[in-house]
Design a binder for this molecule. Structure first.
Ligand code: ADP
Ligand SMILES: Cc1ncc(COP(=O)(O)OP(=O)(O)O)c(N)n1
Length: 277
């Protein structure tokens, strides 16, 4: 009998998107494209398409924890990331399980906290009580936190409007306890480029990238965090994983495609089926 070696593994603790553009769907497609076996702990089911989110049903917190326990105890988790965490109760249950399995700072397994708070069309994906739980439980365990500028505003009150404001934003998030912080610049619409900032309390690294004139960027943040998580699962350092993730998401935005009548997704299959360049 032929047995091959198992690939690296990564876990996403996230919500589903019925439209297939964001959330755990984007995460799994990115893990696949990066050669990593993807696993899921589903936190919420969203009713979502390219126009917006019209419903969200939370999975019971104990079921979220049970999913993490099931895959960590049997398959093993090379790296983990979060997406929609829904509520304080889900964050507490998920972080208790992560603690049991050495996921996050102080453990063996790198942990990327993407503090998704709302859909791009503005519908909340997080209960208000979850913001404090993110600060109290999730960030102190994070190897890397990856907020966008709306999430920075919600979590810190800092309203970053130019590239020059990103370091203050990174410092404020870093104060909550993650080892590294990645501030994403996609929402700086007046900036001709998309230059993100990586910070660890002493070192700050700029991640340059072009800004493409496309409205189809649904799922960009999920794809970025998942590509980073996949690289961490393969053993990359945080700066190398983030540089690789930036290349991956930039190419994904370059190949973004229209879908439905609203905002289309970034492409996660450009390595298999490239459209541009
Ligand atoms: N129009 C664009 N062209 C190129 N890169 C983009 C564009 N919009 C966003 N990005 C990049 O996609 C990644 C996700 O950024 P952002 O949109 O800020 O996060 P989120 O999807 O969580 O709101 C970042 O690396 C950002 O620089
Ligand atoms: C279920 C679900 N999870 C996350 C998001 C948000 O996706 P993200 O990539 O962070 O942001 P946008 O690129 O869509 O702005 C979502 N919509 N649904």
């Amino acid at each position: 009998m032929h047995e091959s070696t198992a690939p690296p593994t990564a876990l996403t603790i996230a919500g589903s998107d019925s439209g297939g553009s964001a959330g755990m769907h984007a995460d799994l497609r990115t893990f696949f494209a990066c050669g990593v076996h993807g696993m899921t702990a589903v936190t919420a089911v969203t009713v979502q398409n390219t126009v917006g989110v019209t419903g969200l049903v939370e999975i019971p917190p104990e079921t979220v924890a049970a999913q993490i326990d099931a895959v960590a105890s049997d398959i093993g988790v090379g790296a983990a990331k979060t997406g929609v965490l829904a509520s304080a109760a889900t964050i507490d249950a998920a972080l208790d399980s992560c603690d049991r399995h050495g996921i996050g700072r102080g453990g063996r397994t790198p942990f990327v906290v993407d503090p998704v708070a709302a859909s791009r069309s503005g519908e909340p994906l997080l209960r208000p009580d979850a913001l404090d739980a993110l600060r109290r439980r999730a960030f102190p365990r994070a190897t890397l936190a990856t907020p966008n500028l709306d999430e920075v505003r919600l979590l810190t009150g800092i309203d970053a409007r130019t590239r020059g404001d990103l370091l203050d934003a990174a410092k404020a998030i870093h104060d909550f306890g993650p080892e590294w912080v990645l501030i994403k610049s996609g929402h700086l619409l007046d900036d001709p480029e998309c230059v993100d900032l990586l910070f660890n309390g002493t070192e700050s690294i700029e991640l340059p990238g072009p800004r493409y004139a496309t409205e189809h960027t649904h799922g960009a943040g999920d794809v970025f965090a998942s590509a980073i998580t996949a690289a961490l699962a393969k053993g990359a350092s945080v700066p190398d994983a983030v540089r690789g993730g930036k290349r991956f998401v930039t190419r994904s935005v370059a190949d973004a495609y229209p879908l439905g009548s609203g905002v289309g997704p970034v492409s996660t299959f450009w390595r298999v089926s490239p459209r541009s360049y």
